[in-house]
Write a protein that binds this ligand. Structure first.
Ligand SMILES: [Zn+2]
Length: 261
């Protein structure tokens, strides 16, 4: 990391903290954040402080960005990079938040040269080199296997080296061949299952594109990890190596503690 950037970050961490009551409220509102141990929470807090210093949140459609909204987005967005670092979100600054789903206009030139234009209603969008756009209402719908913040920021991780293709570069020390194979086979298997009319345990939207598969499976990895580990153990293991976290073990630890074991 360049020296100036690391100095700036260190200085910010010495001077800025998130209001502890607000931080507790946000952590308490999301089960997958409540499960973090003390050390992980402290690191998530510091990452969220840096995130809020380096990113710019803008309200759109009449929404005003409150501290509550900013911290809720920062805390969730920083979970996937807890062990990777903020540089995984390099290359963009803006985060635009709408009160609810937002309209985007699409256009596509077909092979006959005819321009098709249509509108889409979205709960989130991530553009290469551009902002992340989020619906605050959909952020509020977060639950097991559904998390729009993790979804869009997983796209950003995927976009670190160009367009989102569903295959972010594996780390040194990972078996690259296995990483790409497990993602590709997982995506193809899901498409086959849906074509055959079979039920799947995960959001069918994952079949839209390998990039959506990576984003949806990242949502599951962090917010429904035991299901993902049971259903797709190979994919779970690869994502655990990639994100350098084991959320299923984390959840089991918390459940054992609750049960007094
Ligand atoms: Zn997506």
């Amino acid at each position: 990391m360049p020296l100036l950037k690391s100095w700036r970050r260190k200085r910010r961490l010495e001077r800025v903290a998130i209001d502890p009551a607000l931080w507790q409220r946000v952590i308490g509102a999301y089960e997958f954040l409540s499960d973090l141990d003390e050390g992980e929470r402290a690191r998530l807090h510091d990452l969220a402080v840096l995130f809020l210093g380096e990113k710019e949140l803008h309200g759109a459609g009449g929404l005003t960005i409150t501290d509550e909204i900013a911290v809720a987005i920062a805390a969730q967005a920083c979970l996937p990079i807890l062990e990777l670092g903020l540089d995984y979100y390099e290359g963009f600054v803006g985060i635009v938040v709408y009160p609810g789903q937002f309209q985007v206009s699409r256009s596509e030139l077909d092979e006959d040269g005819v321009l098709h234009e249509w509108g889409d209603e979205l709960s989130g969008e991530a553009m290469p080199g551009g902002p992340v756009v989020l619906s605050w209402q959909d952020i509020g719908l977060a639950g097991a296997g559904y998390n729009v913040v993790i979804h869009e920021f997983a796209h950003k991780i995927d976009m670190l080296h160009g367009d989102a293709d569903g295959y972010p570069a594996p780390h040194a020390g990972m078996d690259a061949e296995r990483w790409y194979r497990v993602l590709e086979e997982g995506y193809e298997r899901l498409c086959r299952q849906l074509d055959a009319g079979e039920e799947t345990a995960f959001d069918e939207y994952a079949a839209e594109h390998p990039a959506e598969y990576f984003a949806v499976m990242s949502e599951a990895f962090f917010t429904d990890p035991i299901l993902l580990r049971d259903e797709l153990p190979e994919l779970y293991a690869e994502l655990a190596l990639f994100y350098r976290q084991d959320p299923a073990a984390r959840l089991e630890r918390v459940e054992r503690a609750k049960a007094g074991l």
